[in-house]
Write a protein that binds this ligand. Sequence first.
Ligand SMILES: NC(=O)c1ccc[n+]([C@@H]2O[C@H](COP(=O)([O-])OP(=O)(O)OC[C@H]3O[C@@H](n4cnc5c(N)ncnc54)[C@H](O)[C@@H]3O)[C@@H](O)[C@H]2O)c1
Length: 250
Amino acid sequence: MKLKGKSAIVTGAGAGMGKAIAMLFAAEGAKVAASDIDQQALDAVVAEIQSAGGTATGVLADVANEADVRHLVDTTVKLYGSVDVLVNNAGIMDNFIPAGEVSNEQWERVLGINLNGPFYASRAALQVMLKQGKGVIVNNASIGGLFGARGGASYVVSKHGLIGLTKNIAATYGPKGIRANAIAPGGVNTNIGATITAPHPLGLEAIGRSGQGPMGEPDQIARVALFLASDDSSFVNGATVTADGGWTAH
Ligand SMILES: NC(=O)c1ccc[n+]([C@@H]2O[C@H](COP(=O)([O-])OP(=O)(O)OC[C@H]3O[C@@H](n4cnc5c(N)ncnc54)[C@H](O)[C@@H]3O)[C@@H](O)[C@H]2O)c1
């Protein structure tokens, strides 16, 4: 078991990659604080983990709301006595809306969930991890955080920002025993695809004719998250691991 006895927060754990990560971590011995905005989905994930013999608690939290996130971290410490692993996974897409057309509301919503959320959670968890003298942060970014045309303006900016946050935390807190790494998934079969409801408003030209790469499954990303959360990656810090089935290789 790679995470025996460790406590792990997973945001966006109600579906998709977050659910797969919560389930795999619990199977690997972690005590999981599974968090989401969807209570029903959370209840189902927690029940599934517990019926498989794992340990999990559901904590309702909107990552864009700082008070919710603080409550999530505090609750985890109260329940499990530590925050050994934080997985900032919750995120939304932006329907490929380009910079010239995105409204303030759309921009702030995407940045609020995809970037402010991981920042709030990391800041709160870092206070706990510093006292522990150890901890691991895994940020679920995207290949949209590495290239310009795998999302709209707000999504691409939020994920580039998340990779920047990852590197800054790694560089600053590495000497204090805390590691932070990011995953850059390509296309993964989750509910997020259903939120892309329109063709690109400026046509395919605007997204660089990148087309659609191969699709992966949530568990394939959970395996990468497990590597980054466990001691198997003890010398990996500040890295972004691309898991896209080769989409960005060509
Ligand atoms: N699916 C892909 O192709 C893909 C590719 C690259 C990166 N990602 C990233 O992976 C992460 C997970 O996405 P997914 O594809 O599993 O999505 P998903 O839509 O299947 O699941 C996301 C979960 O996050 C929850 N959530 C949404 N907003 C939230 C909020 N404000 N606070 C807390 N929870 C919230 C949802 O209720 C849902 O349970 C996201 O950060 C996404 O940007 C997805």
